[in-house]
Write a protein of this length. Structure first.
Lengths: 453, 489
């Protein structure tokens, strides 16, 4: 019995040793080549990248006061005592624009021109895509003596859109003390009457002055948007900044779609409603062109905003000066029964040539860098050579991008611009400049203005 | 089965061996399996993801022509369970693009930043510290952009999951193997040990003298069957030999008994005549005549003694003589025996020391036989102790159960080489024969038989030239109340 126990114990010991050896071999046989990450410090970022004439800030704090304080603090830290003469801010509807503009006034004084716009879901800055539990905000403060920026605003409830457009630009120019046309107009406007407002502005400055901007957004298209011009917050307003400078200004916009072979004529249209294409119900034709993507809505009617993001329609615009055509995207939003018409987010006119576009979220993200690159190369502004930048991104296209990929938009932009401060928002329509055609209200666009040093 | 299992080392050894073999086999199979499967899965994992890395790198290269990052493809890659992370890294270590956007623009410190060919190596995942495979594929962007690398971190969880499955399966199969091999091992060991047990039983029976036992043969054709057959043959022959020897011994004993008995009568007659003549019943004899007659008388006495001894051997040794057990005072019996030998004692001037308990010792014995036994032992002590020698007799009671009698002389002793034959018939030591001392050589044989019939024990220790001690132990075998009665008498 004793001998059997010895044999058994020996066998167990050998087995355990064997297992231990195998385990050790498996565990330690691999090379431990760690990939170590050495992140840049914040201090490096600030010292290296930010001009002392332009500062930016952002926040996702739970209260407007804290968020505004944080954003303003970041700007002040960069400007190091300089007072910005102009502040642009984007905010989501969880924050109060009144509190924000009061904070700015309180910090920088009454001489600082303020422009603000509500944005859908989140905001952007050089540091990335910011979405908070309550709200988010990004802010740009300009203290450069090489650029003059004056803000004016008009309530669209009190004036017709065209009149409002005229008035607002005239007010801005007057504030600037200028009679000359500005080099650039930055526009923020309530959704709905953008085309007429643009015409009103062009009535004053002609269609040679680029107007870049966006229609203010909210999170659910329920009308909670707002616009800020200095001391005033508008629910249904138009606000613009007239920019006077000798600095280079590069602008660009992109849709990020491919043109398909499907084309037709808007044989019946009025305002933002397209009734017929080639004398057929517009929704029917649209559904055919898009391979049956809207079968259900064709029968039941309803919202088609999201799927239509990948199958937008575009108006073909012919340049006055050249034979080059440009596209002005029309984002279908609803199919209306029984007439099977389509309501979109831009005006469409009877006789407009219509073309179907097609895209993917990948292209919508990638256009951030190509748009910036075009704007910079149009004025030969090199990487890291811009003073600052504005950026707008269509909210509809944002929603078409997977949530985890949205952060890439400002990072691609930042990568393209170099160490240049910028802020951006997500808009329910965009205003773009098409050389040879003029300024147009568009959908599904991202647009950028890059101001060189 | 339980009784069977409880006995025998062979069964346990066989079972242990089978279990250990199964465990070893199981571990070996598991180890080999694990190694092979691990390698297979690892290789497969690496090959699959090398392809993924190439695909991603090529897509990035293609997209670079139109400034289009293949985010959709990269998103699919991120969604794979095997992928821990992907990065697009510039040659200075800056992460240009990453699955986790928080990693973008961070700088890494890694030795393969200048790789120009695909590299696959082991590494540690920076977030969790787990082991991983790192695939690095160069991206040929073009001259206007910095050269870049595509980093792909591959999780080894699938491998570890497989290892767990292989281990658990191996343990399961090993346990099954052990269980399945226990039954055959029990059967095998049962076959072996049953046969051995039969054999063992046979040997035990034979050692106890039972030569009628035959081993049960279950299968005549196997080795155990042959062994059992041979054993049974051996037993039969032993039995035949024993019976033959017993017959011969019986015939010898009968002859001796008859011869001694037939001789005794005429010898007794011769003794009476010689006694009458010596007593002068037939007239006065001359001294010369008396001398001659005395010698004849002594010779006749010796023959009578021999015939008595032979008769005793025949009767007591063969168990023919019946024993009658009664309670006697042992001291009285000893005194009678000492008294009967006083002439011999006196003639050799031997000192006889007797040590005994204070109170009398009743024992249940056959008086005549015990007298004969004591006579033979004391007679030997007196005969083989030289003149002026000493004989010590010691009697004591041991634990109220046994009576111990020691008779110790300082005589010639028994040669050590001859002590193994002490109790044989007609044994006489070679030193005694040289002495030409009288004796038949049957005394100790008779004493031993008598003592054994009394359920006692006898032991002799002797050293040639120093003396001999005879130790006799007799059970007292008396009820306490009877002992009191005897003591009061």
């Amino acid at each position: 019995m004793v001998k059997s126990n010895k044999i058994f114990t020996t066998a167990v010991v050998i087995a355990v040793l064997g297992i231990a050896i195998v385990w050790g071999f498996l565990k330690f046989s691999s090379n431990n080549n760690n990939v170590s990450v050495v992140p840049k410090t914040n201090k490096e970022n600030i010292n290296k990248s930010e001009s002392k004439e332009v500062g930016y800030g952002w926040s996702v704090k739970d209260t407007t006061e804290e968020a505004a304080d944080e954003s303003i603090a970041m700007i002040k830290k960069t400007l190091q005592g300089k007072i910005p003469h102009y502040v642009l801010f984007y905010y989501t509807v969880g924050y109060s624009p009144n509190v924000i503009k009061d904070k700015i006034k309180s910090e920088f004084g009454d001489d600082t021109e303020i422009q603000g716009m509500s944005s859908l879901l989140g905001v952007m800055s050089k540091d990335g895509y910011h979405v908070g539990k309550v709200g988010s905000m990004s802010m740009l403060g300009i203290a450069s003596p090489d650029i003059k920026m004056n803000v004016a605003g008009v309530d669209l409830d009190k004036f017709s859109p065209r009149e409002a457009g005229k008035k607002v630009i005239m007010d801005a120019m007057q504030k600037a003390g200028e009679t000359e046309k500005p080099a650039l107009i930055y526009l923020t406007i309530a959704p709905g009457k953008e085309e007429e407002v643009l015409l009103g502005i062009e009535d004053v400055v002609t269609d040679k002055v680029p107007i870049i901007g966006g229609s203010s957004g909210d999170n659910d298209l329920s009308g909670k948007w707002s616009q800020v011009a200095n001391d005033t917050v508008y629910k249904n307003g138009v606000v613009l900044t007239a920019i006077y400078t000798k600095l280079k200004i590069g602008t660009s916009h992109e849709f990020g779609y491919l043109t398909t072979e499907h084309r037709g004529i808007a044989t019946k249209a009025e305002g933002r409603k397209l009734y017929e294409i080639d004398n057929r119900p517009a929704a029917e034709v649209y559904n055919e062109w898009s391979g049956g993507a809207f079968e259900k809505e064709l029968k039941e009617g309803g919202v088609i905003i999201h799927p239509a993001t990948f199958y937008p329609l575009a108006k073909v615009l012919k340049s006055k000066d050249t034979q080059v055509s440009q596209l002005d995207v029309f984002h279908p939003g609803y199919i209306n029964l029984p007439e099977k018409s389509i309501t979109g987010f831009a005006n469409i006119q009877q006789g407009d040539e219509i073309v179907l576009l097609h895209g993917s979220w990948e292209w919508l993200v990638n256009r951030a860098q190509t748009t910036a690159q075009k704007a910079m190369s149009s004025e030969n502004i090199g990487k890291g050579e811009a003073l600052f930048s504005y950026y707008t991104f269509c909210a509809g296209t944002l929603l078409a991008i997977p949530e985890e990929e949205r952060s890439r938009i400002p990072l691609l932009l930042s990568d393209e611009l170099g160490d240049v401060p910028f802020v951006g928002g997500f808009t329910l329509g965009e205003q773009v400049y098409m050389p040879g055609i003029g300024n147009r209200h568009a959908n599904l666009v991202n647009s950028i203005a890059v101001i060189g040093k | 089965m339980i009784k069977f299992i409880g006995k025998g080392k062979i069964f346990k050894r066989i079972l242990l061996l089978v279990i250990l073999t199964s465990i070893t086999a199981g571990l070996l199979v598991m180890g080999i399996n694990l190694y092979q499967e691990s390698n297979l899965v690892r290789d497969s994992l690496i090959e699959e993801n090398k392809l993924v890395a190439k695909l991603a790198a090529r897509a990035i290269e293609t997209g670079s022509l139109t400034r289009l990052w293949p985010f959709e493809l990269l998103e699919h890659i991120s969604g794979s369970e095997d992928i821990l992370f992907w990065w697009v890294v510039e040659s200075d270590g800056r992460i240009k693009l990453a699955d986790d956007v928080s990693m973008q623009n961070k700088i890494i410190n890694e030795p393969s930043l200048s790789a120009t060919e695909m590299i696959v190596k082991d590494s540690i995942f920076y977030k969790t510290g787990e082991q991983m495979k790192l695939i690095i594929e160069p991206i040929n962007i073009g001259t206007f952009d910095k050269p870049m690398l595509f980093y792909l971190g591959i999780s080894l969880k699938r491998l570890y999951s497989l290892n767990k499955i292989v281990i658990s399966n191996s343990i399961y199969w090993s346990l099954l193997l052990i269980l399945l091999s226990i039954l055959p091992s029990i059967y095998l060991s049962k076959i072996i040990t049953i046969s051995l047990n039969y054999l063992m039983d046979g040997v035990m029976h034979i050692s106890k003298g039972d030569l009628n036992y035959q081993i049960k043969v279950t299968d005549k054709d196997d080795e155990f069957g042959h062994l059992a057959g041979a054993f049974n043959d051996m037993t039969r022959k032993l039995k035949e030999n024993k019976e033959r020897d017993e017959l011969i011994n019986q015939m010898k004993s009968d002859f001796v008994s008859i011869a001694a008995h037939q001789l005794r009568t005429p010898l007794t007659g011769i003794k009476w005549v010689m006694e009458a003549l010596l007593n002068g019943d037939a007239g006065e004899l001359s001294s010369n005549q008396k001398e001659i007659l005395k010698k004849g008388y002594e010779s006749n006495e010796r023959v009578i003694k021999l015939s008595s001894d032979l008769l005793n051997v025949a009767r007591i040794g063969d168990g023919q003589e019946g024993f009658t057990f009664k309670i006697y005072n042992f001291e009285e019996i000893l005194n009678d025996v000492i008294d009967s030998l006083k002439d011999l004692k006196t003639s050799k001037n031997i000192v006889l020391n007797v040590s005994k308990p204070d109170s009398s010792i009743p024992v249940k014995i056959d008086k005549d036989k015990i007298e004969l036994a004591l006579f033979n032992v004391l007679d030997n002590a007196l005969k083989y102790t030289p003149n002026n020698g000493v004989i010590d007799i010691n009697i004591k009671q041991e634990k109220k159960k046994n009576l111990k009698i020691s008779i110790k002389d300082n005589g010639i002793g028994i040669p050590i080489k001859e002590q193994g034959r002490l109790y044989s018939k007609f044994f006489r030591g070679s030193n005694v024969v040289r002495m030409q001392a009288e004796g038949t050589g049957l005394g100790l044989f008779i004493v031993k038989n008598i003592i054994e019939r009394h359920k006692g024990k006898m032991e002799i220790t002797s050293k040639e030239g120093a003396g001999t001690e005879v130790l006799i132990s007799l059970p007292i075998n008396i009820m306490p109340h009877l002992k009191k009665i005897i003591n009061s008498q």
